[in-house]
Design a binder for this molecule. Structure first.
Ligand SMILES: [Zn+2]
Ligand SMILES: [Zn+2]
Length: 340
């Protein structure tokens, strides 16, 4: 056992079925042959921003947490936008994410970094056990047939758009504009499962290891305020103060002025003032994680100490054996030697 939380045998990375996914990581390298233009760079930034916005504002803050409201058509369009990030369908995504919040950094948590960094980052996505959509976790949205359809055929919209980009703007736009932004958006999303449970500061007491990171909040359109979010999940904003930059929330705010969305939930003042670590509240989440790590460390130390004792015993046995052989040899020589 090397990690604080042990992965059961069926939590393993299946390489072969994931080869297309892994190879897609190499596709942006096509730009080495095609080169790229300032337009392709703009396309890359544009597609990255679209994907990050839809994943955070739609898949995460709406479908997983219901932190604001919108009509049925808008709901479908936001789900459709989410599929462009190629992170499977909205129901699959939100169901797994709800599970993460229910069990964060406990044994049942699918992608806790306490089960290993790579596993939490993208290993769990490559595990057959988590390929299906857990409809039980997302009954509230699974009742919409159009969402169930999109969840099943989530790969169609990004494929159509990618093909359109190729035919409209050429190969360099596909490699640099469309596919590089896709790979970047993948890993920046994954950072929220891996890095924001490892690096950054904790403001609020939570039962997990979630942290706040300014850099990840910029890159991931507000999702870097992950400790805020684990503390109070139901808000449309994850940056709780004006200096906590939250691009997805700003866009949602503008959309609410345009009446495309409504009822954006924000944290009440008493929630913001309670459970602050700096006020001396015991940080149970970090205590649990460190305790789990300490147990692993002690178990390893115990087994290493056991191995050391075994090794010394074996050496001693060897010494005793070779000494007794030597003694027998000497005794034999003495018995053979002629008496004086
Ligand atoms: Zn969440
Ligand atoms: Zn988390």
């Amino acid at each position: 056992m090397t990690h604080a939380l042990e992965r059961p045998a069926d939590e393993r990375i299946d390489l072969i079925p994931n080869l297309p996914y892994l190879l897609l990581h190499l596709a942006p390298l096509g730009a080495i042959w095609t080169g790229f233009t300032p337009f392709d760079v703009a396309l890359c930034v544009g597609f990255y921003s679209l994907r990050m916005f839809f994943i955070t504002a739609s898949y995460h803050r709406y479908f997983s947490h219901r932190s604001y409201k919108m009509g049925r058509v808008m709901q479908f369009l936001m789900a459709l936008g989410g599929t462009l990030a190629v992170q499977k369908g909205p129901l699959w995504w939100a169901a797994h994410h709800r599970h993460h919040h229910k069990h964060s950094d406990q044994q049942a948590d699918i992608h806790s970094p306490l089960k290993g960094f790579f596993w939490s980052h993208m290993g769990w996505i490559m595990c057959a056990k988590y390929r299906a959509t857990e409809l039980d976790q997302i009954k509230d949205f699974a009742k919409f047939p159009e969402l169930r359809w999109l969840d099943k055929y989530h790969w169609v919209p990004p494929l159509v758009l990618g093909t359109a980009v190729f035919f409209l703007f050429g190969a360099s736009a596909l490699f640099f504009g469309y596919l590089l932004s896709l790979v970047l958006a993948w890993h920046c999303t994954y950072f929220i499962n891996s890095l924001t449970h490892l690096f950054g500061r904790r403001r609020f007491v939570t039962t997990d290891t979630s942290r706040n990171s300014f850099i990840l909040a910029i890159v991931c359109f507000g999702e870097g305020w992950h400790n805020n979010h684990h503390y109070y999940q139901s808000t449309a904003n994850q940056g709780f103060y004006w200096w906590e930059v939250d691009i997805s929330y700003y866009v949602l705010k503008v959309m609410s002025w345009l009446r495309l969305v409504s009822d954006l939930r924000t944290p009440p003042q008493h929630v913001l003032e309670a459970n602050r670590i700096r006020d001396g509240h015991a940080d149970i989440g970090m205590f649990q994680a460190k305790y789990a790590k300490a147990v692993v460390y002690l178990e390893n130390a115990k087994s290493q100490a056991g191995e050391y004792v075994e090794e010394r015993k074996r050496k001693l046995d060897e010494m005793v054996e070779s000494t007794s052989e030597a003694a027998q040899e000497i005794a034999r020589m003495h018995s053979k030697a002629p008496a004086k």
